[in-house]
Ligand binder design. Structure first.
Ligand SMILES: [Zn+2]
Length: 96
């Protein structure tokens, strides 16, 4: 059985079951989406919605959430992962 853990969306702060959220974590390859294991098991959660994936989070906020030192993340890594989430939402959403 899968656990239905409640997590906060990092963008809008609303609390939701984990399975309606994307999980972003940090690995040797940079930011990765929906992988179980990441940097210290830490993850940032974001709604699978157009509004929460529309605008990338600020680099400082996401670094703090993942407990990364400044300089580890680059803006284009965040832009890329947000773009990936946004495209995925756009292809799965049937009505707005
Ligand atoms: Zn949200």
């Amino acid at each position: 059985m899968r656990e239905h853990q409640i997590r906060s969306c990092a963008v809008c702060r609303k609390r939701e079951p984990q399975d309606v959220l994307f999980r972003i974590s940090f690995s040797e390859r940079g930011l990765v989406l929906n992988e179980e294991r990441g940097h210290g098991g830490r993850g940032v959660y974001v709604h699978r919605t157009i509004s929460c994936t529309a605008k990338p989070m600020e680099i400082g906020r996401i670094s703090r959430a993942l407990r990364l030192s400044s300089g580890v993340l680059q803006k284009q890594m965040i832009d890329a992962i947000w773009n990936q989430m946004h495209q995925e939402v756009l292809t799965t959403v049937t009505s707005v």
